[in-house]
Write a protein that binds this ligand. Sequence first.
Ligand SMILES: [Zn+2]
Length: 381
Amino acid sequence: MPIQRERLLGDFLELVRIPSPSLREGEVAQAIISKLKDIGAHVEVDDACNAIGGEHGNIIAKVGGSVKAPALLLNAHIDTVTPCENIVPVIESDCIRSDGTTVLGADDKAGVCVILEALRVLCEDKIAHGPIEVVLTVAEEIGLLGAKHLDYSRLSARCGFVFDGGAPVNKVVVAAPTQKNIRARIIGVASHAGVSPEKGVNAIVLASRAIAKMRLGRLDDETTANIGVIRGGRATNIVPDLVELEGEARSHNERKLDEQIEHMHSLLVAEAEGGGGKAEVEIELKYRSFSVGEDELPALVAKDAITRLGKSPLWKRGGGGSDANIFNERGIRSVIVSSAEQNAHMLSEFVCLSDMEEAVKLAIELVRSFAEFAKRGAIGG
Ligand SMILES: [Zn+2]
């Protein structure tokens, strides 16, 4: 299996040097599209950019199969978190990191490069496979916007692998929570803090009382909650009349999530009104949970592929949202596999080339295994 280490490294260095914060993926998208065309893929771009106000739509690249099988979806996202301007990749023996002033962008350009190299090897080695639908999304990092606005009518895959997980390469994320966000405006009454404080209602105090009573952090093995943003007040001599709060809760269990959101909501209202103010609260569903059983196709294929690499699968339940949440919601059963990145979203982010090569092997084995499952008639519909 001639995975070309230099080619993989070359792709990776080229792509991480192109800044691609969410909604500004135009330049990196062009570079990726030209590589996909060189591989011989049929490349389409949807118009998600219109809905989300971005530079570029999602890239959908189709590679025909040599065996009759349903299409298989392979996914990564092309945007990165910030700071991502002027990334200087530093190579230290086998591993690549940034110079410490930016992220590296291996999340998720490692995933993109793993998929590109796997496609090349599948083609060059004439490995039997069914049709492949590569979906490279935009704006994943700011709320899975690309996946949410993806033109699903262009796809037929019902099973997918999301290359957006950390090392080690045998890790498979088979479940992720539902997330709801809570936004609150705590409204008090402004007045002069020295002359007439008794006429005021201090919104900061009201918000503090509510937060102090909230259950936050890790609530149990499947539920978390956080207040992440607080804004309010103008000057020391004004009793503040407005505080804005932003928080979230996540759970693998929808009932627990709703109870937690209700707990946060009712405390905000009770403490605001109890203190003579009021609360305006908005709840937003960010994404729904998924859970893929070990007997379901993506898990069976992942287990088979990882076993072929001489490893055993490390099943994990994730704590965050990814494109896999949206694909599962849209009927494409998906799990998250490793793109080999480490310390995602940190300035210390890095990736080791030997891990990326393992991830390429994994991608190839996933495609090969999926085709074999299809041949055995193990894939319905
Ligand atoms: Zn990612």
